[in-house]
Design a protein around this ligand. Structure first.
Ligand code: FES
Length: 118
């Protein structure tokens, strides 16, 4: 189970508009980065899960969420919780939470929300 940081959100959960996955890679060995810990595979799995489940949220790959020593970092946005130290096996629970908060796109004639521009 990834570390959760809910310090910024003490109110009832609200539906995020996007989920951000840091894929930053630093090439200096003395500087931490999410990609060095498998963030690209985590981002791929989150994105594929959103598409497969048709979760009504968009996915953004971002360069750094300020939690570099604790990555791979995923965050619900805006202002939502962090998932820190996220592993591939944590992705189904993240998708379950996103699906519960955001619902699914029922209209299969429309492209999935994650393919729409912002
Ligand atoms: S490198 Fe991922 S949070 Fe900074």
């Amino acid at each position: 189970m990834p570390e959760r940081d809910d310090t910024e959100t003490h109110a009832a959960p609200v539906a995020p508009r996007s989920v951000m996955a840091c894929i930053n890679r630093r090439f200096r060995g003395d500087q931490p980065s999410c990609a060095a810990r498998g963030a690209e595979a985590v981002a791929d799995a989150v994105e594929a899960g959103i598409a497969a489940r048709r979760i009504a949220i968009k996915m953004e790959r971002v360069i750094c969420l300020g939690q570099c020593t604790k990555g791979p970092t995923v965050r619900f946005a805006p202002g939502g919780r962090f998932s820190l130290g996220t592993r591939l096996e944590d992705v189904p629970a993240i998708l379950d939470e996103l699906q519960a908060l955001c619902g699914v796109d029922d209209d299969e004639s429309e492209p999935p929300m994650h393919l729409l521009g912002s």
